[in-house]
Write a protein that binds this ligand. Structure first.
Ligand SMILES: Cc1cc2nc3c(=O)[nH]c(=O)nc-3n(C[C@H](O)[C@H](O)[C@H](O)COP(=O)(O)O)c2cc1C
Length: 388
């Protein structure tokens, strides 16, 4: 079975929509699961005023009944509080409206999709590109990921995330379950409250300077069964699929699995995870591989790290060119996030859940959650004692 989703909607259009197909029947889901994760996506000191504006109330279109999936496609929608460009009679792109005129973008922003997208689609208005390049489109993606995360939770797989560094300020990573929980509920994704203060200071300084920041974060998938994914063909490799999903989050420019780039500078004996058998089960003495070998899960927790570049929209803009005046100009500036690393971490957690849930369903199938749960439990038992 293949799990798939499509999204539709613009940042300042009527709203956003996602249709998820391929989920087994019987997966329980509460509206709070969805809205709670969207609230986490709005989190973080240094976010733009839009975050306070959006309520992100989820409406169910189909596929759910009495809090459970029915096996039919799940449709979910979100209204935009800020639908200034939406005019039902004319469509969201009615350029003659006052609101649209006030929002025209004529000088593309370095680092954003403005110029590349306008060239590609022949748009004369950069806003036509921005509306879909905007990070608001990560909201429906997050919803799809929450469904995947719920499915994994029913298979006893936990997905967690934490911020690792912001603007060069290092943050301590969680050391235990309690740490992951604290990071989950921290507005800046920090496992230690003292680190929140340092990070907030760093963001405040960038904000005051009219600048923006990026950073790194980690996503951990814990208690993952061994043998998920495949190494027999390039596009089946789970490391490649995680990489693609995380790199597709706007602003993400690098992804590591396990020790990643650091392993490239070390010797093999200091990198690879030794194998032992204890109490009749396979074990590893370390997990520097980040839980994936040969494109497959190896039974250790999966660790992914992603790097986000600084936000492209700047209060003190960089040089650009105005396509209306045909003169050099400062790039378009509008209210924007100064730093969105903690929010990007939430989107990435849910996309990582999506990748793993997709691979699990491809491997085990099942029309109902009951079937899927039984198949995964039998697999866990079989691989733990394989050849011993
Ligand atoms: C959660 C989140 C929030 C973002 N907020 C902004 C923002 O307020 N302003 C902005 O210019 N870019 C923001 N970005 C980044 C841009 O969406 C991104 O840089 C742009 O679409 C170009 O894509 P690229 O950086 O992947 O090349 C955000 C990204 C994420 C994931």
């Amino acid at each position: 079975m293949t799990l798939r989703f499509l999204t539709s909607g613009e940042s300042h259009g009527r709203g956003l929509l996602v249709v998820v197909e391929g989920l087994p029947a019987g997966l329980s889901l509460a509206l709070e699961d969805l809205e709670g994760e969207l609230a986490r996506r709005r989190r973080g000191y240094g976010r733009g005023p839009r975050m306070a504006l959006e309520r992100d109330a989820v409406q169910v279109w189909g596929g759910l009944r009495n809090g459970r999936t029915t096996g039919a496609p799940v449709g979910l929608s979100l209204d935009n509080a800020e639908a200034a460009l939406w005019e039902p009679a004319l469509g969201p792109w009615h350029n003659d409206s006052e609101a649209a005129r006030a929002r025209r973008i004529t000088a593309p922003r370095p680092g954003h999709a403005d110029l590349a997208g306008a060239v590609k689609y022949g748009h004369e208005e950069f806003r036509d590109v921005l509306e879909r390049a905007s990070a608001r489109t990560t909201a429906p993606r997050t919803l799809a990921g929450v469904l995947a995360r719920r499915l994994l939770a029913e298979l006893d797989v936990d997905v967690a995330g934490a911020v690792d560094a912001i603007g060069g300020v290092l943050v301590r990573l969680p050391e235990d379950d309690e740490g992951w929980r604290t990071a989950r509920h921290s507005s800046l994704g920090c496992a230690f409250p003292e680190d929140e203060k340092t990070v907030e200071e760093r963001i405040r300084a960038a904000k005051e300077a009219g600048d923006s920041l990026g950073g790194t974060f980690v996503v951990a998938l814990r208690n993952v069964p061994a043998g998920i994914g495949s190494g027999v063909e390039w596009d089946r490799r789970l490391d490649g699929r995680f990489g693609a999903a995380l790199l597709a989050v706007p602003g993400i420019k690098g992804v590591e699995i396990g020790d990643g780039f650091a392993a490239a500078g070390a010797e093999g004996s200091a990198v690879h995870d030794e194998i032992i058998v204890r109490d009749g089960r396979w074990e590893r003495l370390s997990n520097r591989a980040g839980g994936i070998e040969g494109g497959m899960t190896n039974g250790c927790d999966v660790f992914l790290r992603a790097a986000m570049k600084p936000i492209p929209t700047l209060v003190r803009p960089l040089r650009s060119y105005d396509v209306e005046t045909k003169k050099p100009a400062s790039a378009h500036a509008e209210r924007s996030d100064v730093c969105a690393v903690p929010a990007a971490c939430v989107v990435a957690e849910n996309m990582a859940a999506w990748v793993l849930a997709s691979a699990v369903l491809e491997q085990f199938g099942g029309d109902t959650m009951e079937e899927l749960r039984a198949r995964v439990a039998a697999h866990r038992e079989r691989v733990a004692r394989w050849l011993l």
